[in-house]
Ligand binder design. Structure first.
Ligand code: CTP
Length: 398
């Protein structure tokens, strides 16, 4: 046990943050964060010596990530003893390092710790009234400079408040509004904003979070082009329906939900406007290129589908139209075209056609004497088309 190991090294060890919060809230959480009063990196090294696995140290931050043989990830941080100089000749005060570590965190509910040291094992450490806040279902910052220190916490406040059904406390709400008024958000790097936005879009109820961001004028603060307009809200609502529908099908791999929501948040933008947003969010060349290409492919596929429907093409044509489009694009197409036949056809592709596998391969063609060559692709394509149109058996039907 980590506490015993800490004792051997002379360190107190705590499990902290989201893990403790989620235990109290009975929410699943597998991310374990430890704080060590001592040398976190030495502790991580000792942990892997004792339990196996590996670790990676970040000496600059005195932190380490341990991956145990089970695959369990454990983040280890170091709490240092800090000395506070008080003015007016008061003596320097030594504060318990775990208290300082917790005080630097974002919300009271995230500033809980549990002792792992054998002599105090399981004792809850609650300096800031977190248990009361959990009982009252309220999210509160620990001090009034929290959002100045880190404006991404504004978005985190919304994310946690929606996830747990907590209200944002009165003082915290005023501090958020003040932070937005003073444009703290403009100081934030694009990558950090994008990361927070991605986390929001991976939540169970992204639209509710986006509405709250809109109410605090945060989306426009990130970039005016990202404002939550009524048509966008409609698309986002449909995305939520489609994503929930698709999740229930349990088709692997699951889509990157954030991407489908993000496409919806950028709906109505032309290529130039999208490039501006990508710049603000500091997209890498690759991300910018990938999403721009996806947007273009979605448009082309929609066009293709309308044509296909108009001339009543065979199902195989639907299959070949949809095949190159990543699933995120297909889901977006469904959300973008609700109550139109197109939605039905994309869903037919996703649930049925896509799963049809061919029993024959290039080797079978070779077996019947067709010489290997570029023809293989086109022959296999024709056979696949024929299978889809119902002229030959396929695995999914057997
Ligand atoms: N933290 C913070 N300010 C931030 C980000 C994180 O104070 N901008 C603190 C929080 O106290 C949090 C801890 O660092 O508990 C770990 O961060 P993270 O893993 O993002 O938080 P979780 O609460 O575990 O969030 P999630 O449940 O979404 O993983």
């Amino acid at each position: 046990n980590a506490g015993k190991l800490g004792q051997k090294l002379g360190y107190a060890v705590y499990v902290v943050g989201g893990f403790v919060r989620d235990v109290l809230l009975k929410h699943p959480n597998t991310d374990v964060d430890l704080v060590v009063e001592g040398d976190g990196i030495a502790f991580a090294a000792a942990m892997t010596r004792e339990m196996g696995g590996r670790y990676k140290a970040h000496p600059k931050f005195k932190t380490a990530v341990v991956v145990l043989p089970s695959g369990q990830r454990v983040d280890v941080a170091t709490a240092r003893l800090e000395y506070y100089e008080y003015p007016a000749a008061l003596p320097t005060v030594e504060l318990s390092s775990i208290k300082m570590d917790l005080y630097r965190r974002d919300f009271t509910v995230n500033a809980l710790a549990v002792h792992l040291s054998p002599d105090r094992y399981g004792e809850l450490v609650d300096f800031f009234g977190a248990q009361r806040d959990i009982k009252d279902r309220v999210l509160r910052v620990l001090h009034s400079l929290s959002f100045v220190e880190d404006p991404t916490r504004i978005v985190r406040a919304i994310r946690f408040s929606e996830r747990f059904g907590f209200r944002i406390g009165g003082q915290t709400d005023r501090l958020i509004k003040n932070a937005v008024r003073h444009s703290f958000f403009h100081r934030l790097s694009g990558s950090r904003v994008f990361h927070e936005l991605q986390l929001i879009l991976e939540e169970k109820t992204p639209l509710a979070c986006l509405r709250r961001m809109h109410d605090y004028k945060l989306l426009a603060a990130i970039h005016p082009l990202l404002a939550l307009t009524p048509p966008r809200e409609t698309v986002l609502m449909e995305v939520e329906n489609v994503i929930n529908w698709y999740r229930l099908l349990y088709i692997e791999p699951q889509p990157q939900a954030w991407l489908v929501y993000f496409l919806a948040l950028c709906s109505g933008m032309d290529a130039e406007q999208f490039a501006v947003v990508g710049k603000r969010l500091n997209f890498s060349k690759r991300t910018a290129g990938d999403i721009a290409t996806l947007r273009m492919r979605i448009r082309e596929t929609a066009q293709g589908l309308f044509n296909w429907e108009y001339h009543k093409g065979p199902l195989s044509e639907l299959y070949f139209l949809m095949e190159p489009l990543p699933v995120e694009g297909a889901l977006f197409l469904m959300a973008r075209n609700p109550r139109e036949p197109l939605q039905k056809y994309v869903s037919l592709y996703l649930t049925t056609l896509r799963g049809k596998r061919l029993e024959i391969t290039g080797n079978d063609l070779k077996g019947i004497g067709i010489a290997p060559g570029p023809d293989y692709t086109s022959i296999l394509r024709r056979v696949r088309g024929s299978v889809i149109d119902g002229h030959a058996p396929c695995r999914a039907e057997q």
